[in-house]
Design a protein around this ligand. Sequence first.
Ligand code: F6P
Ligand code: MG
Length: 479
Amino acid sequence: HDPKLPAYSTGDPTSFAYSTSRERWPIIITQAIDDVYRTVGASNDATEAEKQAEGKKILGELAQLKYELQHNRALTPLRDDGFPDVAVYNDELARRGGNLTWLDAPWLFTECYLFRRMSTSFTLSQHWKSYDVFARQKIKSFRSSRAAVLELAARYHELIPQLRDKAAAAAPPRDAEADRLLFAEMCDVCLWGNASDLSLLLVLSYDTIGQIQGSEARRAAEKNILVNDLPRVHEHLERLRASGQAERRVDIVLDNAGFELFVDLVLAGYLLAAGLATTVVLHPKSIPWFVSDVLPSDFAALLNALAAPRAFFETPSGEDELRGVTPPKLTDDEVAQLEFLFGDWSRLHADGRLVLRPNRAWTGPGSFWRLPFEAPDLVEDLRQGVLTIFKGDLNYRKLVGDVAWDPTTPFPEALGPLGPKSGVNVLSLRTCKADVVVGLKPGEDEELRKTEGGGGDTGARKWAWNGKWAVVSFSQATS
Ligand code: F6P
Ligand code: MG
């Protein structure tokens, strides 16, 4: 059920897969090794001897994985750790002849395999089963997002009570233009929150995160949204609201933890307060995934940080300590605003209006073209909602199959079986961090390649690799 076009491959020097597999994947594994090493070192208590011994075994396995990758060995079958998706991965390996090598293999499959393979080392242990090897990095980056978090908390604190008052009024005043602008602002916040994922942070620094997250950065980046279907999405949600349909659920297929999850919750809270949704269902991952993707435990960690904002944002990070700096104290207003968010989101969660719904289908090896066949219940569930928002780059690659589409292919067509006839209303909020792109105007890709660092005539679509450009694409269901 995959698109019949060539998949982007780690063996193609013009694809971002090439440097990703050779440079970034080894760093990702090294960081995981460092993290386990630290945890092993921290547990020097005699009662933890077993955990330590297991930790050392995991370290060996991760080092072996890195060796196999860097020496371009074949991808070996996953060990059975009790989850049914092992068979899905291994069947695909077998279907591909069992001789896929790391540096000459389909990008999407191999990258999913990398993270699934890492997770087997932990799930097959006794003491590290639910250990998130990327948790430290996620927390560190959320601390570095402080300035943007405070800016948005102030905005949310001001906006949400106003929206609720308006919704509660007998004949709420409607200013269609203001409503449209606010919707666009909230979606933009949510879109650009994706620019700062941790897999790309390998090339950015923690200091620059702040610069790409604030409202000024967002305004400046508006011209970088190449496809913008938000007006149609707003119309769709407004029409349903006006129709009086009682249940209007919006699903968000999450991407990264920390700042991006924070902006996802800002969007969710806004949609609920504005009456554009009656429930929001969040879809996290079930295993540590692409470094920074949300696990259910990240949702809890975010709420905990907001519940005790001083403890979280005023604690110096390891780097702060090295540099001898202490983060500035939060003002009382800032604390109150963060606590407001905590109260608001905890209440929505407790009331069942903000729901977390994991599904292992999200961490399978294939594209979402396969979802209707491999996870029909999940697709049926999404059909019950009025909109499914897919966040981020990887979800986009999975939606369109990570193959070499002509960039002018219409988005609904590139969704294949998840297109309009599936009954799912699909919205992708994606900053571009890979090769694939669809929905562009004729000639647009060529123009972008001519820009500085855009790839020129190298055959590589470099402009699409670094999160500077974005696409906001909508496919409306026909049934
Ligand atoms: O930069 C490439 C990459 O690591 C891809 O492998 C992946 O698609 C993406 O970044 C992760 O980004 P996101 O968190 O937006 O899905
Ligand atoms: Mg991600």
